[in-house]
Design a binder for this molecule. Structure first.
Ligand code: MN
Length: 234
């Protein structure tokens, strides 16, 4: 009886979170914070071959089905039986930050990857438009200046890390993080775009040439519609 209730309750929570985050829509809530999403493995928003030739099928299979999946199962295993069991991923990573490095790493990587998949699409790249473009030009001087800063962030994240475009109260900023770190632990900093620069994101296609992967990400893959949907919440 009790077990049935727990299973039902867990499914209800997962379903509620899932319905709160429609695919291809913003990850930012009306309050300007990142939406609360369950710790689960979302399906890729496109086919495994959809990003070829820039990111190949085998990379997406391993990256999503193995790496991302492991972060999710590890997070859920680490929170099972604790007060964080069933909590949304942003709450977990913020709670664990600075006091439980293992849990933080896995929860942050669960979020980072769910966010990253949405940041790409087939035939992406190009430039944003409208209010987002105006904000980028205001914060960086020009779109090209943003691109340069974003590429430098990705190329200079030593070892494994991420490059981000974030919204802050003082404007848009480019941030690089190392390991699993993400901007959600910085007060008032909300991710709009991210790029995974861990070697597992690009090694099968590009080997050591991270800069070539980054060029392809920016010029051929960025889903500016997703970035704009996030920015539109502010
Ligand atoms: Mn990754």
């Amino acid at each position: 009886m009790f077990a049935s209730f727990v299973v039902f309750f867990s499914l209800a929570v997962v379903t509620a979170f899932s319905q709160g985050v429609p695919r291809t829509q913003a990850f930012v809530s009306a309050r300007g914070d990142t939406v609360k999403m369950a710790v689960e493995l979302p399906p890729l928003p496109y086919d495994y071959t959809a990003l070829e030739p820039h990111i190949g099928k085998q990379t997406l299979e391993i990256h999503h089905d193995k790496h991302h999946a492991k972060y999710v199962t590890t997070t859920n295993a680490m929170t099972a039986g604790t007060e964080l069991e069933g909590a949304d991923v942003v709450t977990i990573l913020r709670d664990a930050h600075g006091k439980n490095q293992g849990l933080f790493n896995n929860a942050a990587q669960s979020f980072n990857h769910a966010f990253y998949w949405e940041c790409m699409k087939p035939d992406g790249g190009g430039k944003p438009s409208g209010a987002l473009m105006a904000a980028i030009e205001k914060s960086f001087g020009s779109f090209d200046a943003f691109v340069e800063e974003f590429k430098v962030a990705g190329n200079t994240a030593f070892g494994s890390g991420w490059a981000w475009l974030v919204h802050t109260p003082s404007g848009l900023k480019v941030v690089k993080t190392i390991g699993a770190d993400c901007p959600l632990t910085d007060e008032g900093s909300t991710p709009l775009l991210t790029m995974d620069v861990w070697e597992h994101a690009y090694y099968l296609n590009y080997q050591n040439m991270r800069a070539t992967y980054i060029d392809a990400f920016v010029e051929k893959l960025v889903n500016w519609d997703f970035v704009a949907a996030n920015f539109a919440k502010f």
